[in-house]
Ligand binder design. Structure first.
Ligand code: DHB
Ligand code: FE
Length: 279
């Protein structure tokens, strides 16, 4: 049977892609951010995942405001990246895993989560940058399944609903008959707001409380309505919903293998966590 070897949650700021392209990893501005990743890469080398399920929000590359599924999942042989206008080089395509995708779709629909199924899908910076931080060679030694959560256009799914989606996704992965090692990624956040009166808003206290809750009390964030989450974390900080989906795939008891928090990267409070299930 397939099993989840761990979850990685991280921010996905486009400027990271420009810093990678310019080789700025040791630059004083970038070093505290990039220094978060070697322990994750060392863990990945030991964990040897076959597949990564990447939970993220599309920012207008694959879906636009005219058609916005609350939840969507890829079921393609391959996922290509494309220019989003951020000035980041595009990255090599990612291999999909249609057999796993269809198993997840069947299982999730049976558990009353009706995701939009995408047999063609392009993946944006929220997918590609966390992958590039984990595999800087960009040779992608894993197959991938993209899962999109609408954190962009109201109404957004509630924190409760996202945690439950994660729990259902965890059960779906565990019921896949193939003997495969799976990592679940959740990308986005932490607190940031890119526009409006509060542009530049960051809430360190909230972020650190949220990161603490990821270990032992993942339902902590479900006390907040979506509006309250936006108040606390910013209009784009609500991307933390993707972290909740990833956390939901793990059992109640987890071990924090590694974490990092740094302010700011571009406009964003960047967070990183690597969690392992305790069995
Ligand atoms: C930034 C952060 C994001 O999450 C994003 O999708 C785009 C830009 C930023 O901080 O610049
Ligand atoms: Fe984003």
């Amino acid at each position: 049977m397939a099993h989840i070897v761990g979850a990685i949650t991280t921010s996905h700021v486009p400027a990271i892609g420009r810093a990678i392209a310019k080789g700025l990893q040791q630059d004083p501005y970038w070093k505290p951010f990039f220094d978060g990743f070697p322990p994750v890469r060392e863990w990945l080398a030991r964990a040897r995942p076959d597949v990564v399920v990447v939970v993220y929000n599309d920012h207008g590359l694959n879906f636009f405001l005219d058609k916005m599924p609350t939840f969507a999942i890829g079921a393609a042989e391959q996922y290509r990246n494309a220019d989003e206008g951020w000035g980041i080089p595009t990255v090599p395509p990612f291999e999909g895993d249609p057999a796993l995708s269809w198993h997840l779709i069947e299982s999730l629909v049976a558990q009353d989560f009706d995701l939009t199924t995408c047999q063609e899908m392009v993946v944006d910076h929220a997918f590609t940058l966390p992958m590039a931080l984990c595999w800087p060679e960009m040779d992608w030694p894993v197959r991938t399944v993209p899962v999109c959560v609408n954190t962009v256009q109201a109404p957004l799914p509630s924190a409760q609903r996202c945690l439950r989606l994660g729990q259902a996704l965890g059960r779906a992965i565990a019921s896949w008959p193939a003997d495969q090692r799976v990592v679940v990624m959740g990308t986005g956040g932490l607190s940031h707001q890119l526009d409006g009166e509060r542009a530049g808003f960051i809430n360190k206290e909230f972020d650190l409380q949220f990161m603490r809750s990821m270990r032992s009390d993942p339902s902590w964030a479900t006390q907040f309505s979506t509006t309250q989450l936006v108040e606390q974390a910013g209009t784009q900080g609500v991307e933390l919903l993707n972290w909740l989906v990833a956390r939901g795939t793990l059992p109640d008891q987890v071990r924090i293998v590694h974490e990092n928090y740094h302010i700011p990267i571009s406009n964003t409070a960047s967070g990183l966590m690597l969690l392992e299930p305790m069995r």
